[in-house]
Design a binder for this molecule. Structure first.
Ligand code: FMN
Length: 370
């Protein structure tokens, strides 16, 4: 029997002696598909553009690879065009609601069909940062993968060399489905069911399922600032690490577990590495001189049915989305993090974690304790 749950693995807020606010944002986010008519205020649009620029730069996505569309006429044309074509009928709801705008992801044509996409993972990470920032600011969001890229591109006049692998729709949540609610109930529930931690998380290799252990209340002190922008900015600095390693790994696994995935397929898997031999191999495979104190190898299933149907390599989208969550939670625990995606030795990492053939390693998150 499929054992899935809407519940949080535990109440993480009890484990920090200071407010561990990122969980409010992570648990409040859910995909929304019904929006009330609204106009985005000018000062919000300016702040949003600034955040997008920051997220793309910190995540190493090509500059201008994510841009907002807020113009009312364009928004309604895109709503109609995006769901054209048989494969995109999943999104017939789009023209029936009132989005405030779209975030458009723009990559080079051919990137998503290459053996190992080079732009898509970075754009996906930054896109999820934007989703969390919008959540924090009271907007509802939904990733869109089943879209007619050509039709949208024509509306935006982007030209032949450009692809639109993904968009994010956002808007003011309809009153009865408002997203950001900080009450305990919302905190503990998820809009979609998820597999339990032990099914998606492992230690050292994939034969060893992760099992949560008990922690005392107030086991550590989380970072002072918990908003997405501050966390993004602090990812490569960190300060004195004061949580048990097992809590760091569990919090990162939980953040990955509740991240959105296409059709909620949840095909991403995460392997925590903390043994000396294991870390040595990871460092070598990531070609880094950085001394890692722990790492998470993040993988997804390649060659899936939905990948062929929607012509999108979801392992290089869903896993980077989860990596966005992992790195933000690590930063919320005052940990310095680095992400390795581009030049990793994938076959060495697969061998190390004993991954099945159809798993692809999308990236590695390295943790450094100061
Ligand atoms: C890469 C990606 C593509 C998605 N594409 C669509 C889409 O085209 N239409 C849609 O309604 N939802 C889409 N979703 C939303 C997922 O269905 C949703 O994230 C999943 O069911 C989990 O629910 P939650 O986000 O509420 O936690 C997409 C999600 C991701 C991550």
């Amino acid at each position: 029997m499929k054992e899935e749950t809407r519940r949080a693995t535990r109440d993480y807020s009890l484990l920090s002696s200071t407010p561990w606010g990122i969980w409010n944002t992570l648990y409040s986010r859910r995909s929304l598909r019904r929006f009330e008519p609204t106009v985005v205020p000018d000062d919000f649009a300016v702040a949003f553009e600034r955040f997008i620029e920051k997220a793309t730069s910190i995540r190493n996505a090509p500059s201008n690879s994510i841009f907002p569309v807020l113009d009312e006429v364009k928004v309604s044309s895109i709503s109609r065009a995006a769901q054209k074509g048989l494969g995109n009928k999943l999104n017939v709801w789009l023209p029936r609601t009132h989005p405030a705008g779209f975030l458009v992801m723009r990559t080079s044509k051919g990137d998503r069909n290459s053996e190992r996409p080079r732009e898509l993972p970075f754009v996906s990470m930054a896109g999820e940062d934007c989703i969390l920032w919008l959540t924090e600011n009271g907007y509802g969001t939904c990733w869109l993968g089943a879209i007619n890229a050509e039709a949208v591109s024509r509306i935006l006049g982007l030209g032949e060399a450009v692809d639109i692998p993904l968009m994010i729709v956002f808007g003011k949540p309809e009153e009865k489905v408002r997203t950001v609610s900080y009450d305990k109930f919302t905190l503990r529930t998820l809009s979609r069911k998820r597999k339990p931690l032990r099914e998606i998380a492992f230690l050292e290799d994939m034969s060893n399922h992760f099992v949560p252990v008990d922690f005392p209340e107030r086991a550590f002190e989380s970072a002072e600032k918990q908003d997405i922008e501050s966390l993004l900015e602090s990812m490569d600095s960190g300060s004195k690490y004061n949580a048990p390693l097992s809590l760091l790994l569990e919090a990162c696994f939980e953040a990955a577990r509740i991240s959105p995935s296409a059709a909620n397929f949840q095909q991403s898997r995460f392997v925590g590495i903390s043994s000396l031999d294991g870390l040595e191999n990871v460092q070598e495979a990531c070609k880094t001189d950085e001394k890692l104190d722990a790492a998470i190898v993040a993988c997804g299933k390649g060659g899936r049915f939905d990948e062929r149907m929607y012509e999108r390599p979801f392992w290089m989208i869903d896993v980077p989305i989860a990596i966005s969550h992992i790195t933000l939670v690590a930063a919320s625990m005052r940990i310095r993090v680095a992400v390795y995606i581009e030049s990793i030795d994938e076959s060495s990492l697969k061998k190390q974690i004993a991954a099945q053939d159809n798993l692809r390693v999308a990236g590695v998150v390295g943790f450094m304790f100061e």
